[in-house]
Design a protein around this ligand. Sequence first.
Ligand code: SF4
Length: 361
Amino acid sequence: MESMYIHIPFCKSICSYCDFCKVLYHGPWIVKYLESLEKEIKNRYNGEVIKTLYIGGGTPSCLINRDLIKLMTIIKENVKLSEELEFTFECNLSDIDEQLLDVLKLYGVNRLSIGIESFNEKKLEFMERKCTYDEAEEKVKLIREKGFDNINFDLIYGIPNERVKDLKKDLELFLKLKPDHISTYSLIVEDNTKIAIKGIVPIKEDIDAKMYEYICEELDDKGYEHYEISNFCKNGKYSKHNLNCWNNEEYYGFGVGASGYIYGVRYDNTKSVTEYFKGNYLLRENFLSKEENMDNELMLGLRKIKGIYLPNFYKKFGVNIQDVYDLKNALKEKELIYKDDYLYVNPEYIYVMNEILIKIL
Ligand code: SF4
């Protein structure tokens, strides 16, 4: 186990599309939450050296300085961290200031993931988020001055009534800020979100596909490597933490609503903060069979543009992937490509990868 995820569920306001495990910011709860989190880590963590640590949310950057230092101290006192640690911290743009960056730097954070999502006023209004390009420019300048050289921006597209030209403008502004990594998300109308309750309908698939194609082409043109369906980076600055998940490797997940995969068991924590306070961390766990594990290896591995390294599949499961899954048709149709010991989705079909997987599985 080389990876650890810690979930901080607090947010200052709730976005219209949000399906993550989150609660409105409430100072006294944070103190209690951190106490529970420390207990959970002490209970479940077995002392492995951690190479990727990801603090996500919610909005971890909304913690006040005292609580943030408490969180970092819990980690420092309880978790063995590798000297080559990739330490990612999710931030909301408006929370970023010198004080926050100094604390993050002091405790070894070396990758910032910033939920910008868009600069388009209409899109932001729809998402119930706030952000301006000028603010982002000022904050990115400060981040660089503080010595952070690995920044991710999240971008959301496919908002109802969004046109390809709106996306173009958004991406142009994102690129002006020179992020090292960009994660893109097409809007999904998840059940029980504000937009689902309002009856919002997702954009048409052909427009969504055009937008995806535009993103891939434009980022390729600007020197970003497309290394996972929705993720792009420059200069080899992959998200090592996420690559660990796509490689179907194990990881700890701590905090309310977190998921983890340890010792062959996938688990989900409770989404109820009050249950979490009582120490009832676990919601469910699933002991994976070899078949389920192989299915996960296939589904996650094909998300990577490089695909699955077949000798590695054999090493893990003692069988050849072709003997488990009937890939003949997908290979014949050139939906999948087998080359140099890798099996990957033909880039021309990456947008319909799920349909390819359904046929195979
Ligand atoms: S999208 Fe992020 S910031 Fe918005 S409510 Fe959800 S967790 Fe909080």
